[in-house]
Design a protein around this ligand. Sequence first.
Ligand SMILES: Nc1ncnc2c1ncn2[C@@H]1O[C@H](COP(=O)(O)OP(=O)(O)OP(=O)(O)O)[C@@H](O)[C@H]1O
Ligand SMILES: [Mg+2]
Length: 261
Amino acid sequence: MANQYEVLGKAPEVKDLQKLSGSNLHLQIKNLSAGYGKMEILHDFNLLVDKAQSLCLIGPNGAGKSTILHSIYGFTNIFSGQIEIDGKEITNLSPAEKLKSVGIAYILQDNSVFPDMTVEENLLMGGYIKDKTEESYQEAQKVLQKYERLNKRKNQPAKVLSGGERRLLEISRALVMRPSILLVDEPSIGLEPRYIEMVFEILEDLQKNEKKTIIMVEQNAKKGLEFADIGYVLVSGQTAIVGEGNDLLKNPDVGRLFLGG
Ligand SMILES: Nc1ncnc2c1ncn2[C@@H]1O[C@H](COP(=O)(O)OP(=O)(O)OP(=O)(O)O)[C@@H](O)[C@H]1O
Ligand SMILES: [Mg+2]
């Protein structure tokens, strides 16, 4: 089958990526080649994102979008390249160390609440890795104060939550560790439109008011690019197009391939 993405032309260079991030660089991926077992999925991949910036990865199924999040979090085999936070190399830290000491939280693509535990217990699970349970408890209470929808149901099993409330619980459970970076895989998947709005509003609040850095993958390219400051289009493990989210929405190639236009 002829590759419909071949027309996209020359890959952006690191200097193009630098123009999109600002002067307050938080996470940088440098020349990363990574994959599973011996199979290389990402080839010489670069990414730059500032503190309190949001970046959305779009691209066809199997392009390697989730693999980028997996690599940042420490779930892949890294063959070469580096990942840095605030200029400090973290490439080979374990996921637990990343969550605990550098503040990277990963919100999974699939439904991951514990259905028979209460909403509050689910939140406390978010802090399981913390040494001090008291701290997790305090953070969980803050989350409950912030999100009335969860607070109302804090003593009920998570299985009674609606799809949107469940997604809210998944996101807020990650907040219990007070991460500085949120990796979010497909926040809108399986949700009705009104819940999709809610999830993006929550993410916007976390970015704007709590200064979280957000790296997301979004199959709903329109929503993802409307939300994010920066968009990267990934094809076959390499970046094909980058731009400000709003500019990519107007890019004819992006429109034709990802926005159904
Ligand atoms: N755990 C794994 N072990 C082996 N191969 C994997 C694993 N996870 C993903 N892959 C392979 O890596 C490639 C990239 O997958 P990835 O999940 O990163 O794609 P994606 O862009 O997120 O796609 P989608 O839009 O379908 O979620 C695919 O060929 C996939 O089969
Ligand atoms: Mg994926």
